[in-house]
Design a protein around this ligand. Sequence first.
Ligand SMILES: Cc1cc2nc3c(=O)[nH]c(=O)nc-3n(C[C@H](O)[C@H](O)[C@H](O)COP(=O)(O)OP(=O)(O)OC[C@H]3O[C@@H](n4cnc5c(N)ncnc54)[C@H](O)[C@@H]3O)c2cc1C
Ligand code: FES
Length: 269
Amino acid sequence: MPILQNSVRIVSNRRLAQDHYRLRLERPRSFPEIEAGQFVQLRLEEGWDPFLPRPLCLYEHSRLWMDVVYQVVGRGTAILSKKKAGASVGVLGPLGLGFPILLDGDTYVFVAGGVGIASLYLAAKELVRQVKGRARFILLFGLKSVGMLHCHQDFRELGFELRIATDDGSYGKKGYVTGLVEQLFEKEQLGRVWVYACGPRPMFLALTGILPRFGQDAYLSLDEHMACGVGVCLGCAVKTVRGNGDPYRLVCKEGPVFKMSEIDWESKK
Ligand SMILES: Cc1cc2nc3c(=O)[nH]c(=O)nc-3n(C[C@H](O)[C@H](O)[C@H](O)COP(=O)(O)OP(=O)(O)OC[C@H]3O[C@@H](n4cnc5c(N)ncnc54)[C@H](O)[C@@H]3O)c2cc1C
Ligand code: FES
């Protein structure tokens, strides 16, 4: 069961790269166990403005603290980036159903688009803890430009092979991360593969055009606009291809992680 804590102290709020920050919060004693890929809803101010809390994935945690990594994209994240250690925010969480931890892979391919990397790290850490030495771990990371590079070293330290693409060619291969995905599956023998991915919608749409050619599915963490975060407002519904009854699923409660093959991508173009 998630808990709501109106005032959680900020331990630090550190800039990682252009427009990217890592926020460390004091972990409330009663905060439940966290699963890889779960998120929190952060209420940024005590008043009504901004009215809606902002969903952010939990990046890493200990008994005493929990971190989120976020990109400043609008008003809420800009307000958050100005907060200093000692200030506080409201926290509702942990929310959603995270990534399955599948232990029978020969190769684990993580595909991250921009700040999507933030939702993948806990799954990466847990998989490495459980299957290291028996499997290969690869991070394919795409971002706009080298100035936005962040979090990749954490994956390197876990033992991941890193392949990076930038839109402007300022680091790694020029182009989108999906080019790296295509190249990997075309050129290498990977055995049994599990793909974990998070990024913007165009990245997911491109993956739906690439992975099925190799008989490959993926677990995706979807990024939908959210209001309540707990399955009440129905604002985050996504259409699936499930045959029986209502095809809609709530990203906040039944996700954010879904199998790529479960989503009705035609309804999302
Ligand atoms: C389950 C979940 C986990 C997330 N985890 C992270 C994370 O770990 N780190 C991170 O940086 N971001 C994450 N996001 C996205 C993050 O919630 C939004 O970027 C944030 O709410 C934007 O708030 P804002 O007030 O700064 O922007 P706004 O002023 O509300 O919007 C600015 C721009 O961002 C777009 N936007 C707003 N919310 C979303 C959204 N949910 N998805 C896509 N576009 C959006 C708006 O359409 C607009 O173009 C997550 C989203 C979800 C649903
Ligand atoms: S955000 Fe309200 S139901 Fe999902």
